[in-house]
Design a binder for this molecule. Structure first.
Ligand code: RUB
Length: 357
């Protein structure tokens, strides 16, 4: 993806390995759309922190970041007499950064499947993984765009763009591809409290001049009741054996509403988001994040010309902040994947074979 950083255009993935300094770099997603900045992760611990703090976020992007982080650990401990135990610890640290998106574990396991592997070759594997995820985003775009027609109103939730998927995006990819084909439609962008990932989606759609409107998360039911939404497309953080998905909190509400109003509901994701080992959505660990994400909000102060953090609540209340929810397969119309638009758990199983090389 091309990004303007202080007037300089760079063409980078969401996360990459800087060959010159042998370190992991990523676009800091906590500051977008106000500031576009690159964050350098010197060690695997920094990379784990960047995942935890959502400097990098979006299921496939954290999978690629975890793979690069694991390579950093291999690099750091290669030749050490406690190599194995230190790598085990690094694996655990990276894995614990965020629990719901399976991409993170899939990224680590992919690198681990080549053990013993020297740092240079491990790096080649991590780069290949990131390239493959990006290529899958492009395919998802080409496949999913067929669902989009002139005059449609599409609803999306959270941010599933290039920064969330290494490059090109998952749910956003079909929207961009259809727009580039000249189709004229409109996108409703859910704000996505509490972290407001909707502002990243709005920012990304604006880059392509795609016609869009940002709405609060509670508005989509009203719009559906008025017949103003023709289709829902959003991402996934984990897709399990029976076809249930975990995705950003609020997805389940949308799916129930969509079913009630007979609005087609699609989820788009690459191979790294598929979890063949987990049977059903009930078995997915849902991340609970800090209450400060509800009580405080970060925005841009035009007076002070900087990012600022303000408090939204008085004292005395309890808060609860689950970051994801589970949408059962029977509410899902189709899965937009690099292999086509799949409609059953059996099809998912057939197409999503584990990576072996
Ligand atoms: C899944 C998706 C959102 C995540 C991100 O990503 O819809 O990006 O819910 O959650 P993708 P978070 O579609 O790119 O697989 O912002 O908490 O990382």
């Amino acid at each position: 993806m091309k990004l303007n950083i202080n007037g300089q255009i760079i063409d980078k993935h969401a996360v990459w390995w800087d060959e010159e300094i042998n370190k992991v770099k990523l676009i800091d997603q906590t500051k977008i759309p106000f500031v576009v900045e690159i964050l350098t992760c010197n060690t695997y611990r920094d990379t784990a922190d960047a995942i935890k703090n959502m400097n990098i976020r979006g299921a496939p992007a954290i999978g690629a970041a975890a793979a690069y982080g694991f390579v950093q650990a291999i690099w750091e401990f290669w030749g050490d007499k406690d190599y194995e135990s230190k790598l085990k610890y690094a694996y655990k640290t990276l894995l614990a950064a965020r629990p719901t998106a399976i991409d993170l574990k899939n990224g680590l396991d992919y690198i681990q499947s080549f053990f013993p592997i020297d740092p240079e070759n491990a790096l080649k594997k991590a780069k290949r993984l990131a390239d493959e995820i990006a290529a899958e985003g492009k395919k998802i775009g080409q496949i999913g765009k067929e669902l989009i027609h002139d005059e449609m109103n599409i609803l999306t939730h959270c941010h599933t763009g290039a920064l969330a998927l290494v490059d090109f995006g998952s749910a956003i990819a079909p929207i961009i591809a259809a727009w580039e084909d000249g189709k004229q439609f409109h996108v409703y962008v859910d704000e996505t409290r509490p972290r407001i990932q909707g502002r990243m989606t709005a920012w990304e759609l604006y880059q392509y001049k795609i016609n869009h409107t940002v709405i609060c998360d509670s508005v989509s039911g009203y719009l559906m009741s008025k017949g103003k939404i023709d289709m829902v497309i959003l991402g996934a953080d984990r897709v399990v054996q029976n076809g249930d998905i975990a995705n950003k909190i609020g997805t389940y509400n949308i799916a129930v509403l969509a079913k009630h109003h007979q609005v087609p509901f699609y989820t788009a994701f690459p191979k790294s988001t598929y979890d063949p080992r987990t049977k059903s959505g009930k078995d997915i660990k849902i991340e609970t994040r800090s209450n400060e994400e509800i009580t405080h909000v970060i925005g841009y102060s035009s007076e002070e010309k900087r990012l600022t953090r303000i408090e939204l609540y008085g004292s005395g209340s309890k808060f609860y902040n689950p970051a994801f929810d589970v949408t059962p397969a029977d509410l899902i119309t189709g899965y937009i994947t690099p292999y086509g638009i799949l409609t059953s758990s059996q099809e998912l199983k057939t197409f999503f074979q584990p990576r072996t090389e």
